[in-house]
Design a binder for this molecule. Structure first.
Ligand code: NAD
Ligand code: TYD
Length: 377
């Protein structure tokens, strides 16, 4: 019997992880701890909110006393930690909030778990603290092949018409940390704290660093949902710089599957990179999104290309992220399962079919809406 806290479970990736665990492990108790910031949305979990093995707790991970109390009350055996401030553009405007939640919040959880587990007779036996991080901590990579070359990992990715790489370097688990944005700096600091708790106190920790996720329930400040919504409403698409930056995209359910596997079978003290072997230049990806939305809305081909608007680049904009996740493949047998073309099709369809979800968030009524929804509980 496991009792697992999942932090940030009302956010994008967290909601997929909560859903997977609640449905797949009826004998586990799943406790979703989320502060419900602007990015947390209980509507992401409506399908499982009444499940017997699920509990939602509205709390701030920085509230050390609340975290300690919950550890005891629920006899927690595992923590999967996703709660964070996650948007680079917001971190440029407000770095303090990022340091508070990502660094101090992670430390508060680590210390609460340590004090609780160390006081038990069995101590760390059967316990696990799993910290979800990002590839952005490694800094960025050069684009040495602007037109793209066949990815050396093409055979490992789900087969696709694309499978290009834009350089010959990739992030490995051993790549030195070199964060550039306040977001990635705060995530890097939190990763260091997690490893320090393993090395100093023997806490059974695991860290994973994943590339850009896409899929349903992503807050529409991030590229893919923002652009799908803008195309639907014929709002200009703000492409930073020349749109030449490269990201490695992974379907969110494949990430959730990796988290499940690593939580149960990963080696304590280890780090695993998780990536899609799926690099895209922003501008090429944006054209795929436009073509898909136009097709699904019945617009003529190329109808929304005129919405592309090149704007001032993001400060410190990382050029290229590309993950080498062969360690995870070799040691635990994980691979991305979904072909990118299918993932994008599914994603666009989901946002077009769930316009109410999107409109609630973008209408400005969102804060009021979720306060009311929460108060009903
Ligand atoms: P998100 O912004 O969609 O969700 C974050 C969640 O954390 C929200 O529900 C929010 O309410 C909650 N939260 C924020 N501050 C909190 C606090 N102080 N106490 C309790 N809850 C709080 O983020 P996401 O995109 O789902 O990312 C989840 C995690 O995965 C983050 O740690 C992020 O760094 C990491 N990650 C994200 C990506 C990506 O592409 N989105 C890629 C790799 C890693
Ligand atoms: P984003 O979804 O914010 O993720 P991250 O910065 O963590 O990679 O952005 C993905 C890429 O898209 C990134 O290179 C920045 C770019 N971008 C735009 O060009 N315009 C936008 O409006 C946004 C939000 C992002």
């Amino acid at each position: 019997m496991q009792s697992i806290i999942i932090t940030g479970g009302a956010g994008f990736i967290g909601s997929h992880v909560v859903r997977l665990f609640v449905n797949k492990y009826p004998n586990y108790r799943i406790i979703n701890v989320d502060k419900l910031t602007y990015a947390g949305n209980l509507a992401n979990l409506e399908d499982i909110e009444n499940a017997q093995n699920y509990r939602f707790v509205r709390a701030d991970i920085c509230d050390f006393d609340a975290m300690c109390a919950l550890m005891w009350e629920e006899k927690v055996t595992g923590i999967i930690h996703l709660a964070a401030e996650s948007h680079v553009d917001r971190s440029i405007k407000d770095p303090f909030t990022f340091a508070r939640t990502n660094v101090m919040g992670t430390l508060s959880l680590l210390q609460a778990a340590r004090l609780c587990w160390e006081s038990l007779p069995e101590k760390y036996e059967g316990k696990r603290f799993y910290h979800i991080s990002t590839d952005e901590v490694y800094g960025d990579l050069e684009i040495t092949h602007p037109e793209g070359i066949k990815s050396p990992f093409a055979d490992m990715a789900a087969p696709s018409g694309h499978n290009l790489a834009y350089g010959t370097d990739f992030f490995l688990e051993s790549t030195p940390y070199d964060p550039h944005s306040p977001y990635s700096a705060a995530k890097a600091a939190s990763d260091h704290f997690v490893r320090a708790f393993h090395d100093t106190y023997g806490m059974p920790t695991i860290v994973t660093n994943c590339s850009n996720n896409y899929g349903p329930y992503q807050f529409p400040e991030k590229l893919i949902p923002l652009f799908i919504n803008n195309i639907r409403k014929r709002i200009p698409l703000p492409v930073y710089g020349k749109g030449e930056n490269v990201r490695d995209w992974l379907y969110v359910e494949d990430h959730a599957r990796a988290i499940d596997l690593i939580f149960h079978s990963g080696e304590v003290g280890e780090t695993y990179n998780i990536g899609g072997f799926n690099e895209w230049k922003n501008i090429d990806l944006i054209k795929v999104i436009i073509a898909t939305v136009d097709r699904l809305l019945g617009n003529p081909e190329g109808h929304s290309l005129d919405l592309i608007t090149f704007v001032t680049d993001r400060a410190g904009h990382d050029l290229r992220y590309a993950i080498d996740s062969r360690k995870l493949q070799k040691e635990l047998g994980w691979e991305p399962s979904l072909q990118f073309e299918e993932g994008i099709e599914r994603t666009v369809r989901w946002y077009l079919d769930n316009q109410e979800w999107m409109d609630r968030i973008t209408s400005g009524d969102y804060e009021r809406y979720y306060e009311e929804m929460y108060n009903k509980r």
